[in-house]
Design a protein around this ligand. Sequence first.
Ligand SMILES: [Zn+2]
Length: 526
Amino acid sequence: MKRKNAKHPMLAEEERIVDILKKLRDEGKIEQSLYKKLKPRGSQPARLYGLAKVHKEVIPARPVLSMPGSSYYNIGVQVAEWLSNVPACQINSSNRIADALKDNHLEEDEELVSFDVSSLYTNVPVMEAIDVCTELLYDGNQEAPPIDKETFKILAQISSCNVIMSTHKCYYQQTDGLAMGSPPAPHFANGWMSQHDDRIAEGSKFYFRYMDDIIRDIKKEDKGRKLEEINNIHPSLKFTIECENEGSIPFLDMRIMNIMGNLSSTWYSKPSDTGLIMNYHSLAPKRYKRSVVSGFVHRIHRACSSWDNIHVILEKAKRILERNQYPPMFYDPIIEETLKKIVEEEHKVEGEEIEETEEMNPSTTEPAQEEENSIPKQLFFLQYRGKVSEDLARSLHKINAPCTVVMTLRKLKTVLPSLKPTVEKCLRSGVVYRITCPRCGVRYVGYTTRHLKTRYKEHQKKDAPVKKHLVRCRARIELEDDVEILDSSARGETYLQIREALWIKESRPTINVKDEYKSRTLTIKW
Ligand SMILES: [Zn+2]
């Protein structure tokens, strides 16, 4: 089945994409700088794996596609960035639902229903979605990409069509549907859905859609007819309906109440929510725990239509905090402070559209430095070890070190084995490797940012030092048996060179040619 010299499907895929990009560049369709930005190199397979949906009774797997590092990724990120300019493709949060509710009153023969699209991602017809979103992107209402429509479509197709992915067993090619994990997928799904909004919303006073979740009001007698109608809009679009239950209906992280036609909302956590949050005593910076508390307040504020509801539900949030061992003397002042800030902001921007208050991102320290430093800041990852780490971060800040400290935490995820399928040895890239002669044991150490297989083949060429040695020694090597991966990193060439130099020092390989060897003395560059 497998020809010995047959090109690996992943290598062929990278070549295919590079060829398309080259052609676009040579035809003047894309600039050299964009070509360089999009071009894959030493790409890893997109990997498909399952995450267990543990909150369901019979545990199904949620398919997840890991795209970073794959040959589609750079293009996907760029396509997503362009699409995010289109309002219909943006993923809006439920920010304003709570406010919109208050302006509506339902009659006795009306109620709220939610429509849920079954498996939106896997059912979206990709080519159609690309066409719809391309038209939206080029309709002149926002900044269009620096490429023509046809070129955009080509790039969009590379990023989202016929993606080859590896699983634990073998390789698959996607034939239709959007791949979760592909950067532009949510934009394509949302843009495609948006064209059906008018039909679904028809006849409603109140309509809101967040990706595949829809809520609207409807005349009680029309429910069945409407469901049938919207199920006939498009063969790929199938809805399920949920109706009010004792005057209330859950929607996203809200419970929406219909009391005698008056609508209101409160924060709602699904029964499947375990209530587990970062424990107060876990080894993590205080700042992160503060943002757990303020994050609760922001989410609750966003979901509730009145201050009464906010206060009632805050009590519930306090119980959750206490079950995770947060003492009231820690959380009370933070809650008060956050509420105060929210009120101040509401007064400040009265009448204006309020920017969504992003939950504080717990992964970076001191975001958005106001002082404009000319030296670009590097991210500096530091495993959090308590006070010492905080002290180090503080002193780095004090001396104006050109870095942003990111504290990394040990989580359960860090110690559990990865569920992702492993990448075959020949496809690994960004590695330091060692070749050992099977007959005499002498060694060669090298690094490559390309695929190991590609670099390995170069060692087999007639004039290569490794090949010369093998001929002299009358030995043969196999990638599987005689090449070891010593180190791997996605941090780039400089990092690999440093690691390579360390390994050369450590294992004193003799096949490495003298001057090549000498030129790789350890220099630490920034
Ligand atoms: Zn030998």
